[in-house]
Design a protein around this ligand. Sequence first.
Ligand code: SF4
Ligand code: SF4
Ligand code: FES
Length: 815
Amino acid sequence: MITLTIDGKTCQAKEGEYLLNVARANGIYIPAICYLTRCSPTLACRLCLVEADEKQVYACNAKVKEGMRVKTVTESIAKERRAIMEVYDVNHPLQCGVCDQSGDCELQNNTLYMKVDSQSYAVQDVHRPTAHWGVMTYDPGLCIVCEKCVTVCKDMIGSNALSTVKRGAEALDKSYKESMPKDAYAMWNKLNKSLIGFEEDKCIDCGECISVCPVGALVSTDFQYRSNSWELTKIPASNPHASDCSLMYYEVKHTSIEDKNPTIYRVTNEHHYASLNGATRFGYDFANTTASKDEAQFEEAIAAFKKAQSIKFNSYITNEEALILEKLREKLGVKLINEDAKRYQNFMSAYAKASGSSLYSATLEDIHNANFVVSVGSFLKSDAPSVKYAFNNAITLNKGAGLYFHPIADPHIEGFGKKGKTIETIAHRPMNEEAILFLLLDLFGKDLPQDVADYLTSLKEKRVKTITETIKETVVEIVKDEETGEEKEVKKMVPKKVETQVEYEYTKLLDSIGSDETLLDTINAMLDKKDSFALIVGEDVIFHPKSENMARLCGMIEKYTPFNVMVVPTQTNTLGVSLICQLDDEAEGFTIGYNEKANYELSALGDGNLDMPALNQQEGTFTSLDKRVVPTNVALPYGGYVLNDLANVLLEEDVEYTIEYTQSLPTAQGFKAIEFDELSNEYKNDRTQNRGYELNAASLECETSFSFLEKIEMITSSVIYKANPINQFNAFTAKAKQLDDKNGLYLSESLAETLSLASGDKVSISANNVEVIADVTVDNQIEGEVAYVSYFEKNSETEQLFTNSRYNSATIKKV
Ligand code: SF4
Ligand code: SF4
Ligand code: FES
């Protein structure tokens, strides 16, 4: 830690931190419009000008030094800032009664803060028409070209869909250069030349650019003109659609003048701390609004539970509901069936035995902070967008490097850095993840158990390869002295390419991956100056015929290599359910389904025998991929029965609210006996999470058993993969009106061409003795020969095309 003073206040900071962040963490205000925490400084607004050790610097771009003395404002800085704000206000309306950001606008706020009450500058405006980009609308007339949207899309999201383009305006009057403060003129000159341009094919409709826009230039098309932001009530919650369980806000207001019932108008986030995916930002209207209390139905439900032998459910439920189901299992002797959580539970139990810890070690922040990231077995773009953002962020900001192993090529990931230098994407053959995990152990393992080390050695052989080197060769030239005419010998060093035979160690694991020794060279080159490692393990590995062995390998990687490992939980509360419930493999007898198809259905989707509240109508907790128990709150009212009402009858309890179960979550599994109302849900100024609490991990006795790599039955032709399109996560996002992807077959442009298919066609897909008719969508954000089949709708027939793996071989015919 180093010590500095800002406006006389002594502050502690980490080496390499930006002054602006240190000031914020210490509650000291420095104006700044263009800066984004976790992204690189764009230096567009120049408002963060400060004086550090008698020199003017930009606080967002200046790193702190020991003993630094900082003044956040001086007379000349105040003059500069005011001129900048005047420039921003040239041709920019400030009485924006119709702007979405009005009342919550950084331009308005800074204009008032800088006391701008007159305008010294003028320039002729240019025609700048409004554009509609996917789910958003861009109004260039309001854009201040702070480039926050460009920066977040590049440094955080990794899509690179936005850039600055020419505005086509007339040049500024030359006299301004002389008369204006320097920074204000430079900022205006740039502002006057640029606008924001958009590449649709790269955009993933995440809406993070809307979130960072300080004015109302980029807005959600659906939300535009529907409400002033100050009229909305912000309800803190946690992402109900994915296991990042990110902090988010439901912003609600009455539906209309006639209808006083609240409606969610939009979802927002605190972009300095955590990003949201598109499904969460736009898929919020999934509440179960038709429910009412029908006593006869309730009695029927009680009767159904009394005769049930199994309860089938998924992991889109709260920890408290999972605990209620577990209590029902204990009392009624029913089987609990949740395939997603059961697979995760099995995986983590094998993993824990090998790693010696009941939980994996990495958090999202560890991935953001790593400088060497490897992803194995995750279709990151739609399986875990926030993990993908963290991966991109690590490469872009930490001088990092990374490897992405997946059979479906993702051009976005290839765009994270320089191929072969800072990012390598390896489209390996399907189902070959085990060899990759062995390779990681081989390359990074230290003091491995003898049998593992012997096995890895047994896969090695010495090989010889020819490399071309450039050497310096001495050549002698005869040079004639022009004056004397005398000839003399001059020695010169000239570069020369020579071919040399070198011996190297080859591992047969590379054959299994479908790679060769160049991959080892690439990894070696990437590892230069890397000291912070993160491994992402995804659903392909958890959902794999050999997942148990792979879990052990991952556990060993955690224990014997420098990698921090994250085993991405598949659904929102997969981790919580896997810790709370004792699960069985197969349902038997009369089965109750909770948001799943069964003999008797409880449904938050409004399509069952008894209604349940959706996750935006419930309070409770989720267990996030950061291994945190985080709270979520009620955004919309709910008129029907909840699971707790059924439990009260069946368990003969008298629990008023479901959240009374929060403090009873199983402490033996790492939960803490803390009441729901004690859980906070916020980030602090210094960016630390003050959200719920972290699970306690238990230390376990290690067992390092593993099985050798065996040949598995390879799926080589007409491969289909079970995955969802980027913004459809489940049956709840499928209800959302802004998300309209079709359930069906998604394939790359090249594969579509080979199969003579186009978006809108219908195909029959046959596999596992099942034939499914599906819609075709050409996904221009994937490449290669592997098509994916979505399953986000409830009871998707497409799920039957797969058995014990996310891959299968299928026959696809146009119908
Ligand atoms: S659209 Fe918004 S975020 Fe992007 S440059 Fe313009 S003002 Fe800044
Ligand atoms: S919606 Fe997301 S991907 Fe698209 S431009 Fe904005 S930040 Fe980039
Ligand atoms: S915040 Fe530093 S230049 Fe804009």
